[in-house]
Design a protein around this ligand. Structure first.
Ligand code: HEC
Ligand code: HEC
Ligand code: HEC
Length: 127
């Protein structure tokens, strides 16, 4: 039981090692296809540096959910010390307010990434 954390970490690392070359190549254009997620906000940067958010937003979102649901903590302090409310709809989608297929799905569709987040979380406008 006390080992489950390590086992999970192992699985996550293994999963990343197995899948990362595929999306790494796609994200860097080495596969000949470059997804073009359209940025519509007039803000200059994301909550974390682009390189980080690009490949790690999955983990960030899961941490946010854990924090909100399990601990009731809703404030996130970015590496640049800026504070954000941990909310998929009100924070991420406030800046990335374009249609789903112009942003998130640009990458996800190509990479075959699927999720059920929008079954419960409101997608602001468009779609
Ligand atoms: C079965 C419904 C359901 C699904 C599916 C779901 N969530 Fe949630 N999620 C919730 C509920 C309920 C909360 C708690 C809302 C609160 O307390 O503000 C929550 C909270 C969160 C939060 C923190 C608060 C907020 O409003 O954003 C994040 C981040 C989050 N979920 C991300 C995700 C992501 C990413 C996915 C897809 C991988 C996902 N959720 C799928 C129901 C769901
Ligand atoms: C304050 C506005 C703002 C918020 C909040 C925000 N983003 Fe961003 N995001 C941006 C901007 C601006 C860029 C482009 C950054 C750049 O080009 O350096 C970006 C880039 C990205 C990228 C990379 C796109 C690419 O072309 O590689 C992803 C993925 C992303 N954001 C996801 C998210 C997620 C998930 C959240 C919530 C956890 C979020 N963003 C919250 C403004 C925001
Ligand atoms: C720059 C390309 C790109 C953009 C833009 C992008 N994603 Fe992703 N996303 C990915 C990749 C690649 C993965 C798979 C990463 C992995 O498996 O570690 C992923 C995985 C995810 C996952 C985890 C799915 C699962 O397996 O449970 C969630 C949740 C997610 N993204 C949410 C978002 C949201 C919300 C947006 C729009 C705000 C977004 N992403 C925009 C590339 C992107």
């Amino acid at each position: 039981m006390y080992d489950s954390g390590k086992v999970m970490a192992g699985l996550v690392i293994f999963g990343c090692l197995v899948t990362s070359p595929i999306w790494y190549n796609a994200l860097t254009g080495k596969s000949g296809y470059i997804p073009k997620p359209k940025i519509v906000t007039d803000k200059k940067q994301c909550i974390e540096p682009k390189e980080y958010i690009r490949t790690r937003h999955k983990d960030l979102l899961k941490d946010w959910r854990e924090s909100v649901v399990r601990k009731g903590i809703r404030t996130y302090t970015g590496s640049d010390k800026k504070r954000y409310t941990m909310s998929l709809t009100r924070t991420c989608m406030n800046c990335h307010s374009n249609k789903l297929d112009e942003f998130c799905l640009q990458c996800h569709n190509y990479m075959g990434v699927t999720n059920n987040c929008w079954d419960c979380h409101a997608y602001p406008k468009g779609t």
